[in-house]
Design a protein. Structure first.
Length: 184
């Protein structure tokens, strides 16, 4: 398992070198969106409307941060479970999204789309929301403010600690990692 420092936006070459279990320290701009925002984005695409941000090379963090305390950039920002975004993720991959950050397993359809479009799924540690928030240097709501914590935000992050959970080569840490500990 390797360690990488990556900066956004990501390229195919960035994604192709990553393998399950690799550690990533991510810096640059990422966007937040959960299921309500994903639904709106895909409905907008279906109507020919642009997304609220440039999706090419982007990463979307599935998070709904808690309220921001005075003096902080963002509230606790722990990952949400990814499967609720599975109906929408392949569509965003088709138009250029290069990564997703969350926790939990992904559907076979999402994993196939990741392989086809060279996309990586990075895991953020659940239960470490306050620590993850320290990596966020700037946070701005850019769309769907009415969704509150689920609004789309533009985050500038520095050295966000992540692990490659599913790579673009069909590797899945939830499957391969478990195999190491199964009784044979």
């Amino acid at each position: 398992m390797a360690e990488y420092k990556l900066n956004t936006p990501l390229t195919d070459a960035d994604v192709e070198k990553l393998k399950i279990g690799d550690s990533v320290r991510l810096s640059g701009v990422i966007y937040t969106a959960r299921d309500a925002a994903h639904k709106r984005m895909v409905e907008g695409l279906d109507k020919g409307q642009p997304l609220p941000f440039d999706i090419k090379g982007s990463l979307v963090y599935y998070v709904g941060p808690s309220p921001t305390k005075p003096g902080n950039v963002i509230g606790s920002a722990g990952p949400t479970t990814a499967y609720r975004m599975d109906p929408y993720a392949p569509r965003l991959m088709e138009i250029g999204m290069k990564g997703m950050i969350a926790k939990g397993k992904r559907s076979d359809d999402v994993k196939e789309a990741m392989n086809k479009h060279k996309v990586v799924y990075l895991g953020a540690t659940g239960g470490a929301a306050a620590l993850i928030a320290k990596c966020v240097k700037k946070c701005d709501v850019i769309a769907y403010e009415d969704l509150g914590p689920e609004a789309v935000r533009r985050l500038e992050v520095e050295d966000m600690p992540l692990v490659v959970v599913t790579d673009c080569h069909k590797g899945d840490l939830y499957i391969e990692g478990r195999k190491q500990y199964e009784v044979k």
